[in-house]
Ligand binder design. Sequence first.
Ligand SMILES: Cc1ncc(COP(=O)(O)O)c(C=O)c1O
Length: 392
Amino acid sequence: MSTTLDRIRGFLAEHDPPTPCLVIDVDTVLERYHALAATFDGCRIQYAVKANPEPAVLRALVAAGASFDVASPAEIELCLAAGAAPETLSYGNTVKKRADIAFAHRAGVREYVIEAESDLVNVAEEAQGAQVSVRLLVEAPASVTPFGRKFGCAADQAVPLLLRAAELGLDPAGVSFHVGSQQLDTGAWDLAIASAAKVFTATAEHGVPLRRLNVGGGIGVGYTGPVPAPADYAAAIGAALREHLPGQAPEVVLEPGRAIVAEAGLVRCEVVLVSRKSADDAERWVYLDIGRYNGLAETENEAIAYRLEVVTDHSAADGPVIIAGPTCDGDDVLYQRTPYRLPLSLRPGDRIDILSAGAYTASYSSVAFNGIPPLRTYCIHSIHEGRPRSAE
Ligand SMILES: Cc1ncc(COP(=O)(O)O)c(C=O)c1O
């Protein structure tokens, strides 16, 4: 049976598209979705569209029965165009304009996540009767790409917001949180679920029982280091639910982005320049045709260390490198602290594959910094629904 890499490299060998480009193997997306759905049995799997909003990815997930976390009117339109029913969309962004809520409501979106009174009032006025969840600010251990304190409110704010939602004629559905993306500490969910349980108890005491708990994304992907298996995350979350919400069995929603698309994607790029800044420098600078602004935003602070594989044949001898992107911005340096080694004979024109690059790459790509176009994506399918392998 062919692997994800075989299929993607087969496509690249056949079509040799200009670099940089991202190739997504849609079969792998589906395989990851089904695996998560089986591991988190009984949970609703709500794909975080921001991770990779490619229409072919969304269409496949719609057909597989996924729900969707959307963050803007544009993401709503993409999901609907892919065939998603509006009831399967949840507006998860707590930072939204009143006009965006009105748009979502007209489109049929029925669930909104909020963290502040003004947004709650806007939802009440623009999306009468909608389901509302409050996002909790959780003091989780730092993830690889943490949110800091940007999103959510403390439990003592969440309770009055949910009670107010009921007064405003909304449907106070539950609580959501996100313990940070690429969260490698499964214990993070225990802290968050303990805090969510306090909100469940307090609102119930005021006659407003909650029924839904959205445990966010955060499932890790093995880029260059080991990560817990999905089953480890599921076990930790299950144990925390049993401990903190005994006998309550809320509807549990899992909102993965990275874990569904990262390993389905590979970026092929090209070496543009190799420069040794002075004769006695140990490291060479290797400049690629992809950088911080055309797809590799998650290299900020060197958070995500992608696995690189040189495609062009080279002798085994390698040496340390600093890796940078192609633009005129001094911050467009990908790795200078994380140790990377590349062949000593590497030269301009050589191709490099960036593995597990399907999440948060194309969707973060700028429109034209230095005139560089957004990262081009090709989606490939093997045989499903009787269709032959094709590229879009
Ligand atoms: C509200 C929300 N849900 C889900 C996700 C997906 O997280 P991950 O890609 O870590 O699974 C994100 C990511 O930023 C998010 O903001």
